[in-house]
Design a protein around this ligand. Structure first.
Ligand code: FAD
Length: 508
């Protein structure tokens, strides 16, 4: 044990997109606060935020069918889509502010314009997609959306997917030009470079092993320096647990009552990647399909153009699977050691309720490459096995908690922010919509943990995020202004040359 000890205002645990975002917001709002980061790996953005570990979709609900659910009366509920879209506009504004202020450079290194499309087959699904299009396309947040069930038009939009396809059932797609591909790994690295040059103390290869309250109300962390083996102690007034899959264990160590009766269920992921330039060139979009019956929402299949390492590639997936690890670099004991006396009943209840999900995930793990190719062929009929390789994606830890609606042990598919009553510690759990909504989620943490400062911070927040505190839907005049200014700042202007009115391409 060393006697190395430090005391600071803020400690951020984990160097993923969430800590990067919170640190960057704090540096603008209170530049003189001391901020220290501990990350157990050697570099920032190596876990879920890494470009190969997530799908890189700038989630704005432009194409993800699971954000628009069909209600029992047949109408489409678009409230979640609106919420996700508004959150993405907040991220775009903050990233634009960082670029315009020269705090980060070269936005094309982390965000690229890319059409977002939804694609369905079968009469029932086509009817659903058309209804979804009608519900969204007149909404100013989704302007420029097009729908088609015309094979000629589909061939033009999706040459790789329509080639060698027999149109023996109805097929339809929607397209919106203003979508994006986001390299969250590159963005995380850029933000950590920015934090480093702004006096944030960043310690890589430092694993936080314990967190406890001190008698004077601070939080004391026991941190292992993984290169020297030495255990250090560091204290702070405020701690953010942004450890991704590692957050639940650390939250449990704080002992705060808000962290009790909460569990985690890990879902692993695999993508298939194609680097054959001849094939890659035939596709230019993110195309989201519909999850098969019984599949969880995070396994909605999609075929995406990706821009990684200055190269275009295609990714298909994710294939969900089961592994007891909470991080890609985690331990096989993560799941079992997350079960505590206070959450065992919640976990057992979820185990009983989610038996079919567990069976589904285990079946997914057992799929052979050829069986995965068959799923890919639903998108690309003539896909050849030799053109596609498997890559292991990040782990997601879905939150399990007791809810009034779902009862004991209900599996959650969204993001959960847990804060102590006195605002001295906050943790982020859950996965979706994830990195795309990092800015909104971190603003929520600031509001919940620093209510005494938020009024004084508001003018600066509004300078960075002009729509802060306003609903874009209720202020439609702001939508055009924000779309235009953020597209310009982020180099996405091409995506603005889209039709403003919804387009229903005539059926054949
Ligand atoms: C398969 C998949 C696809 C996804 N697709 C998308 C998508 O298309 N769009 C989107 O917006 N989001 C997507 N997401 C979600 C998104 O990747 C995550 O929400 C986001 O990256 C989480 O960021 P984070 O900073 O919380 O966690 P991470 O990026 O995982 O960072 C946490 C960090 O904490 C470190 N850490 C853990 N424990 C400790 C400890 N004890 N001490 C010190 N450091 C520790 C880890 O090493 C890691 O670096 C996807 C996720 C997955 C898995």
């Amino acid at each position: 044990m060393s006697n190395k000890q430090t005391n600071t205002d803020v400690i951020l645990i984990g160097a993923g997109i969430m800590s990067a975002t919170l640190g960057s917001l704090l540096k603008e709002l209170v530049p003189d606060w001391g901020v220290t980061v501990f990350e157990k790996l050697a570099n920032p953005g190596e876990e879920s935020s890494n470009e190969w570990n997530n799908a890189g979709t700038g989630h704005a609900a432009l194409c993800e069918l699971n954000y628009t659910v069909e209600k029992s009366d047949g109408s489409i509920d678009i409230s979640k889509a609106i919420n996700v879209n508004e959150q993405f506009q907040v991220s775009r504004q903050f990233w634009s502010y960082l670029v315009k202020s020269n705090l980060i450079r070269d936005p094309q290194d982390f965000i690229m314009p890319l059409p977002h499309m939804s694609y369905v087959r079968g009469e029932q699904n086509v009817t659903f997609l058309k209804k979804r299009f009608e519900a969204l396309s007149n909404n100013p947040l989704f302007q420029g959306m097009e729908f088609s069930d015309n094979p000629e038009q589909l061939m033009e939009w999706l040459p790789l997917m329509m080639k060698d396809r027999t149109f023996n059932e109805p097929i339809a797609a929607t397209k919106i030009e203003s979508g994006t591909d986001v390299n969250f790994g590159a963005l995380t690295r850029m933000l950590f470079d920015h934090l480093k040059s702004n006096n944030v103390n960043i310690h890589y290869q430092h694993s936080v092993n314990k967190i406890k309250r001190t008698s004077d109300g601070l939080w004391e962390l026991k941190v292992k320096n993984l290169s020297s083996g030495v255990v250090e102690r560091h204290t702070a007034k405020f701690v953010f647990i942004g450890a991704g899959g590692g957050s639940l264990h650390l939250l449990q160590k704080t002992g705060i009552p808000e962290g009790k009766h909460v569990g985690g269920f890990p879902v692993s992921g695999l993508f298939m990647v194609c680097n054959n330039p001849e094939i890659v060139e035939q596709h230019h979009a993110k195309v989201y399909g519909k999850a098969s019956v019984g599949a969880p929402p995070m396994s909605v299949p999609h075929l995406d153009t990706r821009f990684i390492d200055d190269k275009k590639s295609l990714l298909f997936g994710p294939f969900a699977g089961f592994s007891p690890k909470f991080l890609k670099t985690g331990s096989m004991f993560d799941l079992i050691t997350s079960v505590k006396p206070n959450n065992v009943l919640t976990m057992l209840a979820a185990g009983v309720k989610e038996m079919s999900l567990t069976k589904y995930l285990i079946k997914q793990v057992m799929l052979s490459k050829e069986q995965r190719m068959e799923e890919l062929r639903e998108f690309v009929p003539n896909a050849k096995s030799e053109d596609w390789a498997l890559v292991v994606a990040g782990q997601r830890v879905q939150v399990i908690k007791d809810t009034a609606k779902g009862g004991k042990g209900t599996l959650q598919f969204g993001t959960e922010v847990i804060t102590a009553a006195d605002g001295s510690v906050a943790a982020l759990l859950g996965a979706s919509p994830g990195a795309s909504t990092a800015v909104s989620v971190m603003l929520e943490i600031l509001e919940r943990c620093f209510p005494q400062h938020i009024k004084e911070w508001e003018p600066k927040i509004k300078e960075m995020i002009p729509s802060y505190g306003l609903s874009l839907l209720e202020n439609p005049e702001l939508i055009d202004e924000i779309h235009t200014s953020t597209a310009r700042a982020l180099g996405l202007s091409e995506s603005l040359d889209t039709a403003k009115d919804p387009v229903l391409v005539p059926s054949y």
